[in-house]
Design a protein around this ligand. Structure first.
Ligand SMILES: [Zn+2]
Length: 179
């Protein structure tokens, strides 16, 4: 059984409340029983001022707030910079990304739950999956590799095509609607 971490940003806490509070829904999305929810201190500060105090209190019974390591903040800034988005991401966004990067060492799979398109793009570029809650449209963004030789798609974690062994691949991003 794989351990899944989901890192929440402020938009996820505000709009994804229903999904996050219901185990069954979340399990459908990520396809695992063992799901651990995390967020960064800056997100909690933001959420406090968005009129979601009651929700926040409920959510905090399920979400672990973790401080972000400096090393990972640096990696997060570098990832944003590579995408040309270093000016676009807020400090809170960077904390969320940094926390997700740190958790990648400890969990089989890490998702970032955010509606922010810029943050989504940076997450995908470093191999993190994204859960989005935009209004009613919930979707999952997942980056995969596609072999340039035999054409099959395979998981990010493989360095070469599991079918033909070719090391030439391109990245493709799937957008999957969540029921
Ligand atoms: Zn191949």
């Amino acid at each position: 059984m794989s351990n899944i971490a989901v890192v929440l940003d402020t938009s996820a806490i505000i709009r994804g409340f229903e999904l996050l509070m219901r185990d069954s829904l979340l399990k459908n999305v990520v396809g695992s029983e063992k799901i651990f929810l995390f967020t960064a201190p800056a997100v909690i500060e933001e959420a406090k001022y968005s009129g979601t105090k009651v929700k926040l209190k409920l959510l905090l019974s399920r979400v672990t707030v973790l401080n972000v390591g400096k090393k990972y903040l640096k990696l997060a800034r570098e990832a944003a910079s590579k995408m040309g988005l270093q000016q676009e991401l807020s400090d809170t966004d960077l904390e969320v990304l940094a926390l997700a990067l740190e958790l990648m060492n400890r969990y089989t799979k890490v998702y970032v739950a955010t509606d922010d398109i810029r943050l989504q793009n940076v997450c995908i570029s470093v191999g993190l999956d994204v859960i989005a809650f935009k209004r009613r449209l919930r979707y999952l963004l997942r980056r995969r590799k596609k072999c340039m030789f035999c054409g099959i798609e395979f998981d990010n974690k493989f360095e070469e095509c599991p079918n033909c062994g070719s090391k030439k691949f391109k990245y493709i991003v799937h957008k999957v609607k969540i029921r």
